[in-house]
Design a binder for this molecule. Structure first.
Ligand SMILES: Nc1ncnc2c1ncn2[C@@H]1O[C@H](COP(=O)(O)OP(=O)(O)OP(=O)(O)O)[C@@H](O)[C@H]1O
Length: 254
């Protein structure tokens, strides 16, 4: 294991009955990086993530997180990771501060809810209920919930799905900010631009296998070196550039 690998996955297999969703994958995530699992629907990204998070049983293989073995030290792993708490929406009558306090209680940790809400730019929504937030605000709040226990690693499953371009950029900035504070980030996405923009290294997952793993530039260079040529001429801007240029980078009531 390389010294700076905070996650090590070896020959991980997950079967659901007769169906093998994860087919013996191996990869390492380095401390302090943003690592992406990129792949189409059903590739096995969420399954892989949730096994590492101790939320799903694996069929075989080995996993270490921060040096802790998944089979022997799951509680130690839970203590150093932050997961998105989907349950936030189950508390319709609690406001954001109360939800944070509730989860901090579960983690048995003191927390400063306003400081945490500041991190994700939601201070002014502190007294609002979760259901009153927009899609982008919900996503930001869900990132805040990963940070409650001051984890070494956070896991984000499709963090920007369903957001508009401004909100996506805002969330990318937030994820980079979290990483800059020293937290390792592992995320899943099926957006190429997100992986390219945000991730230091990407594992491309398809049908339960890692078919390539490298930096975004490394992946593109490999393809070019193989003789690949685009059939269509590429313009210096794309439709998303047009949209951002016309509507601006400012956040909406996301
Ligand atoms: N609990 C389960 N029982 C049976 N099959 C499952 C279960 N969870 C996932 N699968 C199957 O395993 C495969 C991988 O699913 P997974 O959710 O890990 O993919 P994914 O890459 O995260 O996809 P998506 O991008 O759609 O979220 C899929 O074919 C899915 O139907």
């Amino acid at each position: 294991m390389a010294d700076n690998s905070i996650i090590v996955v070896k020959n991980l297999v997950k079967k659901y009955g007769d169906f093998t969703a994860v087919k013996g994958i191996s990869f390492e995530v380095k401390e302090g990086e943003i690592f992406g699992l990129l792949g189409p629907n059903g590739a096995g990204k969420t399954t892989t993530l949730e096994i590492i998070e101790t939320l799903r049983e694996k069929t075989s293989g080995e996993v270490w997180v921060n040096g802790f073995n998944l089979d022997k030290q799951p509680q130690e792993i839970k203590n150093v990771i932050g997961v998105q708490l989907q349950a936030a929406g189950y508390y319709p009558n609690l406001n954001l501060v109360q939800i944070i306090e509730l989860f901090a209680g579960l983690y048995n940790r003191p927390v400063d809810p306003m400081a945490l809400l500041d991190t994700v730019n939601l201070r002014e929504k502190a007294k609002n209920k979760y259901k009153e937030l927009s899609g982008g605000q919900k996503q930001r709040f869900s990132i805040a919930t990963t940070l409650i226990n001051e984890p070494k690693i956070i896991f984000l499953d499709e963090p920007t799905t369903g957001l508009d371009p401004q909100a996506r950029r805002n969330l990318w900035d937030l994820i980079r900010h979290v990483r800059d504070r020293g937290t390792t980030v592992i995320l899943t996405t099926h957006y190429m631009d997100e992986a390219e923009e945000l991730c230091e290294r990407i594992a491309i997952v398809d049908a339960g296998e890692i078919i390539s793993l490298d930096t975004p530039t490394g992946l593109v260079d490999k393809l070019i070196a193989s003789g690949f040529k685009r059939t269509k001429e590429v313009k210096a801007a794309n439709l998303e550039d047009v949209f951002i240029e016309l509507t601006g980078r400012d956040m909406r009531e996301d």
